[in-house]
Ligand binder design. Sequence first.
Ligand code: ADP
Ligand code: MG
Length: 480
Amino acid sequence: MESLRDKYEVVIGLEVHAQLKTKSKIFAPDGTEFGKEPNSETSPITLGMPGVLPVLNKEVVNMGILTGLALNCEIPERCKFDRKQYFYPDLPKGYQISQYDEPICVNGHIDIKGKRIGITRAHLEEDAGKLVHAGAAGLAGSSYSLVDLNRAGTPLLEIVSEPDMRSAEEARMYMEELRNIVRYIGVCDGNLEEGSMRCDANISIMPKGSKVFGTRAEIKNVNSFSALQRAIEYEIDRQIEIVEEGGEVVQETRLWDDNARETKSMRGKEDAHDYRYFPEPDLMPLQISREWVQEIKDRMPELPEAKRQRYMGLGLSEYDASVIVEQMGLALFFDEVLKLGVTPKIAVNFIMGEIAAYLKEEHIEIADTKLTPENLAELISLIEKNTISNNIGKQIIIDMMKTGEKASSIVEERGLSQITDESAIKKIVQKVVEANPQQVEAYKGGKTQLLGFFVGQVMKETKGRANPKAVNDLLKEILG
Ligand code: ADP
Ligand code: MG
């Protein structure tokens, strides 16, 4: 397969649905909170009762504009809503209110590692409800399904990319960056597993050098970044095999099964005309003034790429900067710590070292701990003033996260402050040297890497409290 892959170029475009984090739905006052009792967050509007009228939620538009600006889109002065007709039991009205030919955002792009990925458009629409298949809900042998309309009418922004991606990895990186952006601007949780962000991947292949795109298949049901990459890899090979055997790829929607690790045909792909789009008669076209756009622009927080660049400017490696930015809670915490004037590199070592490891182990976020930016800054200042060693700092940071106690009080309570008194350290150094004559001889015979062993022994004697520089200097002096 690997060599066959060299014959083809892969073309990928993604359609990403981001659930906007508004309190109420896009056209109805019902709440949007996840996990409520089925059908408790509904109203006659959501249920599609005759005679009701949709009322547009302004916050949805604000979030749509904000996202569009973050994706370098133009926000046209006018957009409108359209009805997209299809029948499905989770769609009581028999149509979905969406935007067809005049979306809220057009002509954007984001840059992924220097490569520009175009964003054709982003449009607002309402989500459908959810079918719960009774068998899956534990009612074994049941042949019916239940419908939960809590999600119906939840605002979505569908972000449609240009077919600009050329590999599964590129598609994954694009999706990750989109997730970062919507999370940093606060419009979406970006949780693929829970479905607050969903992705349909369109994939086609063509002979290398060709200018004519092949027929695409659309893959649905990918709910993690790694599944997205796997699904695309699988689909590329499936299409190559078809073409190599003289067949033709058909335009269709396929479902990814992450357990079986394969895509299965779900249905032929509808074309736009099948949906009988027409302008939504119950909603006026939306006029978006330039003042409104400016007002939203002024609220734009720092975007992930700018944050990465700023961190690199502080001396972080590209890798470290990316890892922190990927974990928004840590990045925002880091920013707070930086505001207190600490040395970035020391703060990063704590955040990416002990702190990140602890959070991962406990499956929690930094906000779930009792560590404050002020307390971390104080800990770092104790290290910089040589009151405690870096090692002691690493030992107490976990307790600080658990208890919220200040570093200085832990140090005082447990007598952890550094021994900087040279004569006190010298005594211990001498004791260690006397206790290890063989190592001393080896050291003097040229095995200078034994210095680390002596340092370790001194640290053991002092429970890590001796000033490391003083220990090193004294050892070199005494060992000659
Ligand atoms: P639809 O709304 O019917 O799914 P669109 O024209 O809006 O169709 O395209 C959907 C997505 O498919 C876009 O992200 C686009 O970039 C991508 N796409 C279009 N043509 C191809 C192709 N030949 N190969 C891969 N992706 C494609
Ligand atoms: Mg589509």
